[in-house]
Design a protein around this ligand. Structure first.
Ligand code: UDP
Ligand code: MG
Length: 317
């Protein structure tokens, strides 16, 4: 009998939880040789999600609830759930609003049994998604994969299965500003994608405001790339080169007799631009050092070991 944990972050989902639980039960009771437990992480919901969860947990010992002291955001909620699931063979993460259909769980498990260590899902369509969100998400994925060096596939979701090995590696990551899926992608491991049709949210409104999505996007970009830091330096080099060239041209044509090329105002403007360029280069250099500090401070493990064979006890990385 292999044990799988289903981790669900919950924020303002009181209306969805009973149906989610019923559908989860239906699907997972049909799985052969697999025992499921459900870890619901209540992320400081202001509604009565916690009461609903306690009610379900009172009748079903497989249902575990972690109640966070306040709203920490979905990324941290997922992390808390996964940390509590270290003892199982695999973890499935999914949203509580039924946008991630529980009926796909057997397919996730099948791919895992065939050898995948991460089974990720891609959504084919989303009903009733505002245009701004669609455009924003497209731009975000485009920018992320351009600058982070990671292969970031668009339209993937947090509805995923992770093998025990991935979970163990994930637990070594200590950064605070985290994007759950980004860290999981960074870890590597054998990954398989399957597609599903996303339904509209069952009940309630999406808990992710545009402000939260924006800060998530900024966090993930700054934690996966030093490009925003370096750009100032490059800008400085371009500005210095252009204005330096201009200065030389002005002096040259002045010496060749073109008096109009060297008016006092032109000298001030070009010299000023030149100096701004130098300042930007200096900031860019400082940024390189800050970048190194940044890499140290996020404190990711240097590498990840897939497996240890014949080791009595875990030795350092
Ligand atoms: N969620 C959470 N904390 C938050 C916001 C959302 O735990 O601060 C949960 C929410 O209950 C749901 C999942 O994260 O299970 C996805 O949230 P939502 O449906 O609002 O986002 P979207 O579908 O737009 O990604
Ligand atoms: Mg949703």
């Amino acid at each position: 009998m292999r044990e799988i944990a289903i981790v669900v972050p919950v924020y303002r989902e009181a209306g969805n939880l009973p149906l989610l639980y019923t559908r989860l039960k239906q699907v997972t009771s049909g799985l052969a040789d697999i025992r499921c437990e459900y870890i619901f992480v209540n992320d400081g919901s202001p509604d009565n999600s916690l009461d609903v969860l306690s009610g379900i947990a009172a009748n079903d010992k497989q249902v575990k609830v972690i109640d966070l002291s306040r709203n920490f955001g979905k990324e941290i909620a997922l992390t808390a759930g996964v940390h509590a699931a270290k003892h199982v063979c695999a973890v499935i993460c999914m949203d509580a609003d039924l946008q991630h259909p529980p009926e796909f769980i057997p397919q996730l498990i099948e791919e895992w049994q065939k050898g995948a260590e991460i089974v990720a899902t891609k959504r084919i369509s989303i009903e009733k998604q505002p245009l701004l969100r669609k455009v924003g998400s497209y731009l975000y994925y485009w920018l992320m994969s351009k600058i982070s060096g990671l292969k970031i596939v668009s339209q993937t979701t947090d509805f995923r299965l992770y093998d025990k090995k991935v979970i163990e590696a994930f637990c070594q990551a200590t950064e605070r500003e985290r994007m759950f899926r980004g860290i999981m992608d960074w870890l590597g491991f054998r990954k398989v994608y399957i597609e599903f049709r996303a339904d509209a949210r069952n009940e309630g409104a999406a808990g992710y405001s545009y402000a939260k999505l924006w800060s998530l996007a900024v966090n993930s970009i700054t934690s996966f790339s030093l490009w925003p830091l370096r750009i100032t330096g490059y800008l400085g080099v371009v500005i210095t080169a252009v204005s330096g060239g201009l200065l030389i041209w002005m002096l040259g044509s002045y010496l060749l007799g073109n008096k109009a090329a060297l008016t006092p105002i032109a000298i001030v403007v070009v010299a000023n631009t030149f100096l701004i360029g130098i300042v930007l280069i200096a900031i860019g250099l400082v940024a390189l050092y800050i970048g190194t500090i940044h890499t140290e401070v996020v404190n990711r493990p240097l590498y990840i070991v897939r497996e240890r064979i014949n080791f009595e006890e875990k030795v350092g990385n």
